[in-house]
Write a protein that binds this ligand. Structure first.
Ligand code: PMP
Length: 430
């Protein structure tokens, strides 16, 4: 099957290159391939199936909906209004009345396009600041905001006026400041861009970043960084967009990852986990006072598919019914504790980090040099796959194991995954 797909689709095939399986079905956190092998899924379809593959309770909402109404463009439906209300109801109490929600299309990239467009219309500026290691999607603007030039091979011109600043990647700090007091130092370059008038960069419409950087290696900024960034941006009348496409929908142990701190963004992008079990839906959550759309200024055929929105409603109800946020936090603690033990015995592991169930394991050639070790990660992934564990690899240097399992994982699943990782590391010593 895999060979046939590659033949038919050509070299665009991505994930199966490194995880060479053909999938038959999946349930919860388990994937079965066409040969009858089972895998623990710590990839969750790129951080999408947060409530587990084919979660029956969420599917019941979708199944009921698909018999009533599937496609309704952007006409109002009870289903859609419920989804908006549920999103707002899961924001902090003090913010609920401050935001609006718009569904903008099926993918995270759609949400990015809409967020940037809104920021540009509102500020009547054109420049956007993005971050090293950031990933925002494959549509033109989203691609231009994505720092990995590997995705732009052969393309000479993209959306103009986008500039990159360093992400607060403390393990590889480009500023080499005192690590105990660096959240503010790290904003130095951005400060220069916004304040001193000699960066050559015009005043931006917006700054966009992932509050926990996903594809870049599950990097969580130091406490205080996001707050300082928002303060700096607002001092200069620049909007802040938090891309929560991956870090959102309870993945971090909060509905949106910025809710761990006090930073308040102007626009938030959401998608991936919002459809509960993989139904495509994306939206922007934005402050009422930056409303700037003219009538029908942003349209699209597949905005708010009713089955996806029903699944989103089911997903919120599932989260509330089972207190999934608390569960995620407990599972996160358990997984971190196990990974810290692995780190203690394996010199290949330089850092274990992240938030909630968005965890990065950074592989290095040695702890002292911190030289990225992409080759070992590749071998480790292969070893884990053979033993029945699937995950994605990412990071600025492709040397980070990215664990983003469904949030419904249990202590037994975590124990099994840790055992596989331990065995896989041990096999690499031989
Ligand atoms: N933003 C972030 C943070 C993402 O991780 C992704 C997908 N990995 C996107 C945007 C793009 O989403 P999509 O692939 O659905 O367009």
């Amino acid at each position: 099957l895999l060979d046939l797909q590659t033949k038919l689709e050509g070299s665009i095939v991505s994930y199966p290159r490194n995880i060479p399986i053909a999938i038959k079905r999946a349930k919860g956190a388990i994937i079965e391939d066409v040969d009858g092998n089972y895998y623990l899924d710590f990839f969750a379809g790129a951080g999408v199936v947060n409530l587990g593959h084919c979660n029956e309770e969420v599917l019941a909402y979708a199944e009921k909906q698909q018999k009533e109404l599937i496609h309704a463009l952007d006409f109002p439906t009870e289903n859609k209004l419920n989804a908006i209300q549920k999103i707002l109801a899961h924001l902090p109490v003090t913010l609920r009345d401050e935001y609006k929600v718009s569904f903008v299309g099926p993918t995270g990239s759609d949400a990015i396009e809409a967020a940037i467009k809104l920021a540009k219309i509102k500020t009547r500026r054109d420049t956007v600041i993005a971050f090293s290691g950031g990933y925002h999607g494959m549509s033109a603007t989203a691609l231009a905001l994505t720092s990995d030039t590997g995705f732009r091979q052969g393309i000479s011109s993209l959306v103009p006026n986008i500039h990159f600043v360093p992400y607060p990647y403390c393990y590889r700090c480009v500023f080499k400041k005192n690590p105990d007091n660096c959240a503010l130092d790290c904003l130095g370059y951005l400060k220069m861009v916004l304040e001193d008038g000699h960066s050559g960069i015009p005043k931006p419409a917006a700054i966009i970043l992932e509050p926990v950087q996903g594809e870049g290696g599950n990097i969580k900024p130091k406490a205080g960084y996001l707050e300082a960034l928002v303060e700096l941006a607002h001092k200069h009348d620049v909007l802040v967009i938090f891309d929560e496409v991956q870090s959102g929908f309870f993945r971090s142990g909060e509905f949106l990852s910025f809710m761990h701190g006090k930073a308040i963004p102007d626009i938030i992008t959401v998608s991936k986990g919002l459809g509960g079990v993989g139904f495509p839906v994306a939206g922007i959550i934005y402050k009422r006072d930056i409303e700037a759309w003219g009538p029908a200024a942003h349209i699209g055929t597949f905005r708010g598919n009713q089955v996806s929105l029903a699944a989103a409603n089911g997903a919120f109800d599932f989260v509330d019914k089972y207190d999934l946020n608390e569960h995620t936090q407990a599972m996160s603690k358990l997984l971190f504790a196990g990974l810290d033990k692995l780190k203690a015995v394996s010199p290949l592991i330089g850092e274990v980090r992240g938030e909630g169930l968005m965890i990065g394991i950074e592989f290095v050639k040695s702890r002292e040099s911190r030289e990225p070790d992409a080759r070992s990660v590749k071998e480790f992934r292969k070893n884990c796959l053979h033993r029945g564990l699937i995950f994605e690899v990412g990071g600025h240097f492709n040397n980070v194991v990215r664990l983003v399992p469904p949030l419904i994982i249990t202590p037994a699943i975590i124990a099994a995954a840790l055992e596989i990782m331990e065995d896989s590391l041990a096999a690499m010593k031989n």
